[in-house]
Design a protein around this ligand. Structure first.
Ligand SMILES: *Cc1c(COP(=O)(O)O)cnc(C)c1O
Length: 433
């Protein structure tokens, strides 16, 4: 049982004693796994500090630049830090990249030319990329520029369809996109080892093809990153793992010099490339967020593991499974009914430090096909390294949630979600305890 001080604090949130007892029991079985995550965070923390020291990060790097942003030493140094950290030749890390979708669109649009083909060997990409690619017709899509797209679905068991991949790759294939994390799908996320195997196979058939990894939610979960597994380009969002909760916006690309140069010229303009882009005082939070990122990612992982164990014990399908190894910070819980999904999100919202008093409602989010319900009591709008949950309102009514800048705050959100389900009579825990 929790000590009196903690118990008193939990009571302020009107959590019932059975919810607290149930969670504490589950948590007590997870200490070994939590310790392994802390060790990984320790190693990744050293990796980050070392990269910062190598490039002599100094107070000067935090200065405010405006206008063109020529000679912004903070911006230039941060890009070197990212390049070193991710074992890449070069990096583009910018507040002008508005989100993960923008970073991915930038990578694709700048490195593909009319007549090229983009290929996904891992099935359908993340929802918002459907309009970028033109899978769903959209103004300005790659399809409008005469760039075609193909995909090979994963096999029934979630593994790569090597025969299908062999057939689909052709001389037209210019770029391959591999999504590390499952996103809004019920398929496994990939380890860096699995991605490496896939990349080796593809390179064996098409040595020249450009390979990009959508690295969203994967940073610092593993002991390696995609460039180390042979990718040419890895792309992500700064309001996910690498921003550590402090970066208020932004995205990054790391990879081959030429790929990064292409992207920089698309983001700014040919002739300007990486040389411009004011940082408006945001650099300190980019650095400090990156510094915190390994430990923040660990908090998110622990929160996800607690939730998986808790909801699996209650009889729900969870992905990854309670005992499974993690390759990203996303946890999916399949509820089967809309009212459970909604109640879960309401609970997550109710545990947040910001906007806990509001009730999330499904809405037609730009870039998504179905209405999405979203719990996001975050300091930065849409920041999903902070505890947040979302789910498209479509069968099988799966909640995807992620984050928790700290483990105790993540745990509170999970307890609140269970409390909501209990209050609405949607689950019963007395039978389990
Ligand atoms: C979040 C995410 C994106 C898109 O990022 P946004 O910042 O939401 O635009 C793309 N791919 C994956 C796998 C993601 O998790």
């Amino acid at each position: 049982m929790p000590d009196a001080f903690i118990k008193k604090q939990y009571e302020q949130f009107h959590l019932s004693p059975e919810v607290i007892a149930f969670a504490e029991k589950i948590e007590s079985e997870l200490y070994d796994r939590f310790q392994a995550i802390d060790r990984r965070a320790e190693a990744n923390q050293l990796k980050v500090i070392h990269a910062m020291q190598v490039h002599r990060v100094s107070q000067e790097c935090f200065q405010y630049t405006s206008g063109y942003g020529y000679d912004d030493i903070g911006r230039e140094t941060l890009e070197k830090v990212y390049a070193t950290l991710f074992h890449a030749e070069d990096a583009l890390v910018r507040p002008q990249i508005t989100c993960g979708t923008h970073a991915l669109a930038l990578a694709l649009m700048s490195n593909l030319r009319p007549g090229d083909e983009l290929y996904s060997p891992v099935g359908k990409p993340y929802d918002t990329l459907e309009e970028v690619i033109g899978i769903r017709p959209s103004m300005g899509s790659l399809a409008e520029y005469g760039i075609t797209y193909r995909q090979t679905d994963l096999k029934e068991d979630g593994s790569f369809d090597y025969d299908g991949i062999r057939h689909a790759l052709s001389r037209k294939t210019k770029m391959v996109t591999i999504q590390r994390s499952k996103g809004y799908q019920t398929r496994p996320s990939f380890s860096v080892d699995a991605i490496e195997k896939l990349i080796r196979f593809i390179r064996g058939l098409q040595p020249e093809v450009l390979i990009m990894v959508d690295n969203c939610y994967g940073e610092f979960v593993d002991d390696r990153e995609p460039i180390e597994a042979g990718a040419d380009l890895a792309v992500g969002s700064l309001i996910k793992n690498p921003g550590g909760g402090l970066a208020p916006m932004g995205g990054y690309l790391v990879g081959k010099k030429e790929c990064i140069e292409n992207a920089a010229r698309r983001l700014t303009s040919p002739g300007l490339g990486k040389e411009v882009g004011a940082s408006l005082g945001v650099m300190r939070s980019f650095y400090q967020g990156l510094f915190l990122a390994p430990v923040v990612t660990a908090a998110a992982l622990k929160t996800a593991i607690l939730a998986a164990n808790l909801y699996e014990r209650l009889g729900f399908f969870v992905l990854p499974g309670a005992g499974e190894e993690r390759h990203d910070i996303i946890q999916a819980v399949t509820f089967g009914k809309p009212e459970l999904l909604t109640a879960f999100c309401e609970g997550i919202q109710a545990g947040a430090p910001v906007d806990a008093h509001v009730t999330p409602e499904p809405w037609a989010m730009p870039g998504y096909e179905d209405p999405v319900i979203m719990a996001a009591g975050a300091f930065h709008q849409g920041s999903s390294i902070e505890l947040s949950a979302d789910g498209p309102l479509r069968p099988p009514y799966t909640a995807y949630f992620q984050g928790g800048l700290t483990y105790p705050s993540g745990k509170l959100g999970i307890l609140m979600s269970l409390q909501k389900l209990l209050e609405k009579n949607l689950v019963h825990i007395d039978k389990i305890c």
